[in-house]
Ligand binder design. Sequence first.
Ligand SMILES: [Zn+2]
Length: 415
Amino acid sequence: MLSSHNGGAASTTVVPNLACNLCGSREATVVGTRSRSGAALRSVCCVHCGLVWADPRPVESRRFYEHDYRVAYKGTFAPRPKHVLRAGRVALSRWAHVQPLLQQRARVLDVGSGGGEFAYLLQARGHEVRGVEPNRGYAEFSAAQYGLAVQRGFIDEVALPADHFDLVTVWHVLEHTDDPAQVLLRLRAALRPGGTLVVEVPNIEATCQSPASTFHEAHVYSFSAATLRRTAEKTGLQVDRLTLSADGGNLTALLRRPLAPSEAPATLHIAGEHDRIVALLRGHRPWRHLMTVHPYRRLAGRLMRALHERWQTRRKLAPRALLDRLYGKAPAPPQRLPLWPLLLVASAVAVALEWLMLDRQDAVLTPVQGTLAYVALDAGLVAAVAWVARDQLATLRRQALAVWGLAVVALPAYC
Ligand SMILES: [Zn+2]
């Protein structure tokens, strides 16, 4: 079957294994054949609404999320301090989206709570938070580290109370689910009438990433602003706001459960969306991407982030202490003076004293008086250094300081 859907360029229409999750159609065109890792992954775009999905479904996703997700993403099961810090900073940016909705103590559900950084931020701000997380490593870590209530399981399986939550957040989860429309329906039912659902997904229209990185095995569905909006409307949610991140990479939707049931949209088809998405994906070419500012800004951003993370995690803080400091819960530790430069300066002062007191005192002091004065001043110097650096002296350093002090005070013995 051949049909024209791309401004004159012929696209082959295929019958996908899965019907479109938004409009139910079984007519799509192929828009990708490789994942970002280079593995075979067919991605299709619905001819009638423009929704994009991986077809056939790429992996046995359940087992992957339950056990392997963290390993596949980060190479470890226990998050390293830099990952906690990174996720904490993301949590703060997410907080900016939800803060206006949280004027009073609220009941919040965080779906796909991951390492727990965002849920912990909400809890630290006084809200009643529950997390849902399928990965065992994440769930156990966040419960143990932050004292969070985390229900382990997939969002389409866990039991949720009806009409309960003031706010439900779903950060980068919907694109991983087998049935996004069904997930939104479940979450809508868990919201109290008038409650808000915040959904963030990667934007299929984004061109800030390399074209080779557009499709990912773990992303079953890819949304545009229009397909996300229509999916929400289909499930009876009212779209309050739809925003793009600064780089265009993420879509954040504020969806409200209306007080009275809303009418279903007249049609689930979105005119022109398929052609627009296909043209956009085809136009996103490596050479064109290299001529934009994005790859270089991304590289510089990563470099700055790596340096910042290295600096911020130079002291071995526990994850909770790291987040408390980031979230402003614990006061920043007092600025500590670097010990070794301090000792160098103090040594120079000691040598100067020795020169002044022992070599030039002949006219004023006897040798014994000079030595005593030198020892007294130097002992004072050693005590001053120890006092200034008192709260950063690990045992080993204290011994080193003692050796240095003895040497300085005993210097006259060599002269
Ligand atoms: Zn469709």
